[in-house]
Write a protein that binds this ligand. Structure first.
Ligand code: GDP
Length: 382
């Protein structure tokens, strides 16, 4: 069997191409209208595309030559010595494999999306995009349904309008902290919690440097280390270089003393170290230490590279720590940013910052709802 896709401005022309190439025995498996240059071409020019098949295909150009290779379920492919012909035959096989790949992808798509509501083409397209970037299915469908209800008549054909509406809806869901202050904080004592390796220490280094060098604030850093695991060395070195006063504390008394010592400072950043969110005792100790100094802001730092299932576990475990803000790190490491929306919907705490690299202090930005909505939809990354 030979399967081939033909595309032309009209159905008649596409069928003409098919007959010319495959002969009059070819049959049309599928026909559809397609946008000229892929899904985000806004020119509105459409072409007709048909998927055609011919059983027992023989290349009409090779009619008078001996059948150069034959194959069936049991026979191997046999080549004769004509190199040119061999190459043509390999090309033919490659082409057929390409077609099979497309068909398999279509079947996979069909299986994935078969339970989706029957939606106008453009809405289905943006729904697929939300699912591709790992927005939870139920949430993605709800958003698309809301956009659906707000459209009428020809607006369904306007993909730009649909995306604008969707960005509006996502922005409204992603709460962020107010943009007025230079450093996104009004509190004097600010704590950072979250699993190890997400970027807490790096984020503190970025914020402390900006607060000191750009905003001209007096800042200090306290590292609350419940395990004496020497993870504080990195922060200590940074604090020395940046000439920022620094203390490591291991108990409630020590943290209270350190805060008292830095009473003249405008801002005190508290880093917390631990082993894992699975260690309840450790989380309790961190909680006790923090509540003894009552930080005005407690940031939960989350990496967008973490699996959503693990994020749910982290949210559950860290909720005892009086978290009131969120920071998302490592946006440079993935394009599947639906996780931000999933978390925003679940937690309803404002997002304060996003970080997108290891450079201190520049790879950090205050969170902006609209910008986050756009990067989730991969409309304009940073
Ligand atoms: P902590 O254990 O939560 O304090 O995490 P660290 O601050 O020690 O960071 C762990 C690793 O992540 C380090 O290699 C950092 O350089 C890296 N990191 C932190 N923030 C970012 C970011 O926004 N993007 C990338 N690509 N790496 C980051």
């Amino acid at each position: 069997m030979r399967i081939k896709r033909f595309s032309a401005p009209t159905l008649k022309e596409a069928v003409g191409q098919m007959k010319k190439e495959l002969g009059s025995d070819a049959i049309i498996l599928e026909s559809r209208k397609v946008k000229k240059d892929g899904i985000f071409d806004f020119s509105k020019k459409e072409r007709m595309e048909i998927l055609a098949a011919l059983d027992n295909y023989r290349d009409p150009n090779k009619k008078n030559t001996e059948q150069k290779f034959s194959r069936n379920k049991t026979e191997d492919i046999k080549f004769n010595s004509d190199d040119n012909l061999k190459l043509q035959e390999i090309e033919l096989i490659k082409e057929e494999l390409g077609e099979i790949r497309i068909t398999v992808a279509k079947i996979a798509d069909f299986l994935r999306y078969r339970n989706l509501p029957s939606l106008p083409e453009n809405l289905l397209l943006v729904l697929k995009q939300l699912l591709d970037c790992e927005v939870e299915e139920i949430l993605a469908k709800r958003l698309i349904q809301e956009v659906h209800m707000s459209l009428k008549g020809e607006e369904y054909d306007d993909l730009r309008l649909i995306l604008r509406k969707l960005i509006g809806k996502i922005s409204a869901m992603v709460k962020t902290t107010p943009q007025n202050s230079k450093i996104n904080s009004t509190a004097r004592i600010i704590a950072f919690v979250g699993p190890t390796g997400v970027g807490k220490t790096t984020t503190i280094a970025k914020l402390a440097t900006q607060a000191k060098l750009i905003d001209g604030k007096e800042v200090a850093i306290i590292s609350a280390d419940t395990f004496r695991i020497a993870a504080v060395e990195q922060l200590k070195t940074f604090a020395n270089i940046a000439e920022i006063p620094f203390e490591v504390v291991y108990s409630m008394d020590e943290i209270k003393n350190a805060v008292a010592k830095f009473s003249r400072m405008d801002l005190i950043f508290i880093d917390t170290t631990g082993r894992s969110q699975k260690d309840k005792k450790n989380l309790k100790e961190i909680g006790n230490m923090l509540s003894s100094v009552e930080p005005g802001e407690v940031y939960l730092v989350l990496s967008v590279t973490t699996k959503y299932k693990d994020i749910l576990d982290i949210l559950e475990k860290f909720k005892t720590l009086f978290i009131n803000r969120i920071i998302f790190t490592k946006l440079d490491e993935t394009t599947s940013l639906g996780l931000i929306l999933n978390v925003a919907e679940k937690v309803r705490k404002p997002i304060s910052y996003i970080t997108f690299g290891q450079n201190v202090p520049e790879d950090i930005e205050k969170a902006d709802s609209r910008k986050i909505a756009k990067i989730i939809l991969r409309r304009n990354f940073l």
